[in-house]
Design a protein around this ligand. Structure first.
Ligand SMILES: Nc1ncnc2c1ncn2[C@@H]1O[C@H](COP(=O)(O)OP(=O)(O)OP(=O)(O)O)[C@@H](O)[C@H]1O
Ligand SMILES: O=P(O)(O)OC[C@H]1O[C@](O)(CO)[C@@H](O)[C@@H]1O
Ligand SMILES: [Mg+2]
Length: 327
């Protein structure tokens, strides 16, 4: 493989706190190791629209503490087509970009895997998504911050729920992943947690809530991941209301506030470590891999496995523990 001269870095899919720390690390590590670094604005859309910006060490000053992504992000339908990817690749060649660090989730990785397989460009991906849904990393960038944001909201809801003796259904993000719901549920002392990965019968939920009411609980909070098969917090609340009227019932959808905000110190360090490791891996000749954190060590995982291996993540024992601790 010819030696790499110019690395392209971009963020794609949903933004996640810590992406900026990672961009900073990619830019500065690349420059330190004698490479040119180009920021691609708006992910794959920017690749197609030629939104390339030459970066220097100062281009990434004062961004480590910022939420969102200074490179901006996008969901790009055109890149899903072979024609779109060819256009993107031609633009990369024209720009002299000969290696990529994509920062994003499973969709971003799928696009990077296609691009690399079709055109041979080396890619080392960084898992940047609040969903924590990639195999090969105990944590994805942004997950820690997002979970803490959710906890802050749950604590506030608990105050008002307890004051009014109310039952709240709180919907959190996670189209296919229940990681945020499970961890926020445990940390927030939720009475029940509904996840996409595990079906919960509404009748069982009602039994659990009745037990809580009988044991004189003054409030109940049920955390529901948006991808739960019962169809979201409003649906669950409606169905519970039909059979259970002990508490006054309210619904809160936390929505996109979960994606924003100042990255936690954990996400800043993680973003820095992953960006640094991604550049070093590219220069060492690696490709089609994801940088991940396993047991506090940085390791590489094949992209295909990172995307498709779903035998992971949700700790069943946590769910069992949460049920016991919420009696
Ligand atoms: N199958 C695919 N083929 C080619 N490109 C894809 C594919 N899937 C996704 N992409 C590209 O990657 C972009 C980001 O993917 P997606 O919207 O699924 O977000 P993500 O990276 O999974 O992040 P998150 O789930 O955290 O929002 C898409 O908009 C598209 O441009
Ligand atoms: O509104 P958007 O940008 O499509 O994002 C929503 C999705 O992105 C994620 O937050 C991940 O970033 C999912 O959990 C959620 O379903
Ligand atoms: Mg995704």
């Amino acid at each position: 493989m010819a030696s790499i001269k110019k690395i392209g870095v971009f963020t794609s899919g949903g933004d996640a706190p810590g992406m900026n720390a990672c961009v900073r690390a990619v830019v500065r590590t690349g420059i330190y190791l004698g490479k040119q670094v180009v920021g691609i604005h708006q992910g794959y859309q920017g690749m197609i629209d030629k939104k390339f910006i030459n970066m220097d060490a100062r281009s990434v000053r004062n961004i480590i503490q910022l939420g969102g992504t200074v490179l901006k992000t996008a969901r790009c339908a055109e890149f899903r087509t072979p024609e779109g990817r060819e256009k993107a690749y031609k633009n990369l060649v024209e720009e002299g970009i000969d290696a990529l660090v994509p920062i994003g989730g499973d969709g971003t990785f799928t696009g990077a895997e296609f691009l690399s397989r079709e055109f041979g460009i080396p890619v080392i991906c960084v898992p940047g998504t609040i969903d924590n849904d990639l195999y090969g990393s105990d944590f994805t960038l942004g997950y820690d911050t997002a979970t803490n944001t959710v906890i802050e909201a749950i604590d506030k809801i608990r105050d008002t729920a307890a004051s009014h003796d109310r039952l709240f259904f709180v919907e959190v993000m996670g189209r296919d992943s229940g990681c945020i719901a499970l961890h926020a549920g445990v940390a927030g002392g939720a009475e029940a947690i509904l996840l996409p990965e595990k079906e919960t019968a509404i009748d069982d939920l009602i039994v659990k809530l009745e037990e809580g009411a009988l044991s004189k609980k003054s409030s109940c909070i049920v955390i529901i991941a948006e991808g739960d098969k019962n169809g979201g917090a409003y649906n669950v609340a409606k169905r519970v209301k039909e059979k259970f009227d002990f508490y006054d019932i309210k619904v809160t959808i936390l929505g996109h506030l979960q994606r924003g905000g100042t990255p936690s110190s954990f996400d800043r360090v993680l973003g820095s470590r992953m960006g640094y490791a991604a550049v070093k891996a590219l220069i060492a000749g690696e490709t089609r891999k994801m940088v991940g954190l396993k047991g506090n060590m940085i390791q590489l995982t094949d992209l295909e496995e990172a995307i498709h291996n779903h035998s992971f993540k949700l700790e069943e024992d946590l769910l069992e523990m949460a049920t016991i601790l919420s009696i």
